[in-house]
Structure formats: C-alpha cells, structure tokens
Design a protein. Structure first.
Length: 436
C-alpha cells in the first residue's frame, strides 16, 4: 500500500459520538493517507450503511479530496459495498474495517504460520460473499446479480477446501510449538506471555524485561529467541510472537510478546488467529498490559474484551500491568486504580519506557509463577559428574555447591520436573560408580 493512496474514512454509530481515532490509526498503519472523514449517528441503513444524504456527502468529499478509496469503520455486507460503489465516483474502492485489518495482517505476515493465518482469515471473510453469489445466482438465474461478480459455483467449494487444508497445516505447526514449549519447561524455564491491546506497550515492556542475548548463541535450544522486538508506536508491529529470555536472576523465564487485541473483531477473525494466542493460553503467567493514560471507560471496555478472550481457555494467573504511568500524575493513577479494581485487582503500575516500578513487576512475577522445589543432592565424583553439575547450573537456580573429598554436594531450586530429572541423573552416577 502506497502512502500516497488518499482515503476518506467513514463511521456510523447507533448513538453517541463517533470516535475515529482507531480507524485513522489503522489506515495509517496500512499506509493510507487520510484526507477526510464522514461520521453519522443513526441506525444502520440496510442498503448503504449510512443514510442517503451522507452517501451524497461522501461522494462530494471523495471528489473534492481526490481520494481513491473509502474505508468504513463498520462491517459492510456484499450488497452495501456494491450499492455504495454505484453512488461514489467511478473507480472508488470501498472497504470496511475488517478488510483493512486483513490488509495490515497481510503486510506484516513474515512467518509461514502468520501467512497461513492471514490467508485463513481472508478466506473466511470471502466465503459468505461467495455463498451470496451462489445462492442469488441460483435463485435469480442471473450470473452477475447486483454487480457481485461472475457466478462461479465451484468457487465456494474451493474456498471451503482451502480452509480445511490450512487448518490441517496450522494444527501441525501448533503441535510443533506445543512440543517446543514442553521442552522448555523440561529445561527449567517458566513461560510468561504478554497480552493486551495494540499500542499498550507490550513490545516496549518485552525489551525492558529481556536479557541482551545473541540470537545465534541460542538458536539451537531456542530457535525463536529474538533480540529485535520492535517498540514502534504502530498497530500490529508484532503479528507473530517474539520470545526472549528475561533478565531475571531468581529463575529462568522466557517472555513472549503476542499479537495485540483490537476492538470489535468478529468471531471468525479472532478464531483465524487463535493459534497465535496459544502462547498466552499455555503460559505459566500472563501479563495483561494496559495503557493507563487512556480514559477509564476505554480501559474498562478493553479489559472486559481481554478477559472474555483469555478466560475462555487460559488457566494461568493473570496480572494486570498498568503501563505508561509516565503520562499521568499520581492522583489520576490512583483514581483509575480504584475505578478499575473489579476488573484489575492488585495491578502493577509502571512505565515500560522509563523503567519506573519494573522491580515491582519482577517481585510480582516471582510470587505468581509456579513454586520452585528445593533440592540437595550428593553426587559421587565420576567421569560424568561435572557434566551433570553443568546441566544443573543450566537448568536450575543453584544456591550452593561444595566439594567434599569424593563427593559434590549441590543445593538448588527448580521446577518439580527438573528436580526429578536431576535425581535421575544423580542416580545414574551412583549406579555407574557401583558398577565401576
């Protein structure tokens, strides 16, 4: 999408005042130049979404601003799109908010998984339009009914077949990622996921929490560790997931940044990207990041949406992080903490940008993550002992180690499964010494 593409945005609301900030941000994220906007407060017009008078005003605005595209911050049906196209200057492209979001996803999709998810969402967006063409063509025996395009009876089935194939491939990718997560747990890592809306500051927080690691040094054990998590003020900077090792001296933690939520997404679009949220659903702890500089009502609405999505499948503790406290004063912060207490009990308020109160988040993470099990092992000194000691150092938090004649005594804390593995390795050393 060229930044020179001039667009007029449109938003209709049933009541109140239409807020166009988000659709403007989405348009900018897609590379459009917003040159005008039309808003209306009224019930939906089944034919054109907005009223006839507003359609004419929109047509005049498109001509005056020399715009080539119109984007509605509403969901348009196939017939509404066609009807609007008939009323606007010839050649004007008409899109809705969901087509725009899919365009952004398509631009940002770099991994095979992300590309498949984008294609799945696009196909699910197109399917009802193909079904409409099929049903109307059969009913009216008119292949080009209402300008919806040439009737192709096989197109609907082709879409359904492709959706099925994509789902199968995504399931395989999801299984591979699930296996990798379990390998990390077995290696002693706690898994923390960042969730929240776009521009809440998740990527900035990831950088604040992360150790500086060279990707090449970790590619064998953790092939998706990334030291380049972006923190631009841009929607959907992280379409996929970015995982980095946390700079946490009390335990080994991997933190994953996930795609941001956005308001008013239809179920089919959320469902298309559900595998991206698996990193959240399968985490040991979820940090729900919120932009505390926004209005109380906006924060409340976003928290509600996030909770509805997360609590459906998530079983891990959720800690609300009120980010961007550097943008508000203490009185406003306390007012918002009080007002949001039902949705965000005991939140952590911080600034990911400046690092203020990051230590409070570290302490809270340590409290909420699964308890570590303390262990003390006495290892006989054999040819393999030092490799076992090295493994324990790599996979646990070692508190003390002493060398006493022919024995190594090591005290450490780790996840229960890692403690079990340590005991097995110690037992193998004892057996090997006895057989020697």
């Amino acid at each position: 999408m060229s930044g020179n593409t001039r667009v007029v945005i449109v938003k209709r609301v049933d009541e109140g005042t239409a807020d166009t900030e988000e659709i403007r941000n989405l348009a900018h994220a897609a590379g459009y130049q917003v040159v005008g906007e039309i808003t209306q407060t009224r019930k939906e017009d089944p034919a054109t979404e907005i009223g006839a008078g507003k359609v004419q005003e929109l047509a005049r605005t498109v001509l005056y601003e020399n715009a080539s595209t119109v984007i509605f911050d509403n969901r348009l049906g196939p017939y509404q799109t066609y009807n609007l196209g008939q009323e606007l200057p010839e050649g004007t492209e008409v899109n809705d908010r969901f087509r725009l979001i899919l365009d952004i996803f398509g631009q940002r999709a770099q991994t095979r998984k992300a590309q498949l998810q984008v294609e799945l969402a696009e196909l699910r967006y197109e399917l009802p339009r193909a079904e409409a063409k099929t049903s109307l063509a059969k009913r009216d025996e008119h292949p080009g009914f209402m300008g919806l395009g040439e009737y192709d009876e096989s197109r609907e089935q082709d879409i359904k077949d492709r959706i099925s194939r994509i789902r199968e491939e995504l399931e395989q990718i999801e299984q591979t990622e699930a296996d990798r997560r379990e390998q990390r747990r077995e290696s002693g890592f706690d898994l923390v996921a960042l969730a929240g809306y776009t521009n809440a500051g998740k990527s900035t927080l990831l950088r604040q929490l992360s150790a500086d690691l060279d990707v090449d040094e970790n590619k064998n054990l953790h092939p998706d560790l990334d030291t380049t998590a972006e923190s631009e003020n841009q929607l959907f900077t992280t379409l996929g997931t970015t995982t980095r090792k946390a700079d946490f001296d009390q335990r080994d933690v991997l933190v994953t940044d996930t795609v941001g939520f956005i308001s008013d997404l239809p179920h089919w679009l959320v469902e298309s990207f559900k595998s991206t949220l698996d990193a959240v659903y399968r985490a040991d702890l979820v940090l729900l990041v919120v932009d505390v500089s926004e209005s109380i009502e906006e924060i409340r609405q976003k928290l509600t949406t996030c909770h509805d999505t997360l609590y459906e499948r998530n079983r891990a503790p959720i800690v609300t992080v009120l980010n961007k406290i550097d943008k508000i004063d203490e009185d406003e912060l306390q007012e918002k903490i009080t007002a949001l207490s039902a949705l965000a009990p005991n939140p952590v308020a911080l600034s990911a940008k400046t690092g203020e109160n990051i230590d409070q988040l570290w302490n809270r993470m340590h409290q909420e993550l699964p308890d570590l099990q303390h262990e003390r092992l006495a290892l006989p000194m054999t040819d393999e002992t030092m490799s076992v000691v090295s493994w324990i150092y790599d996979n646990t938090r070692v508190d003390d180690i002493t060398y006493d004649n022919d024995t190594v005594i090591i005290e450490f804390a780790a996840r229960p499964n890692v403690v079990s593995q340590s005991r097995s390795k110690a037992s193998e050393l004892v057996t090997a010494e006895a057989e020697a």
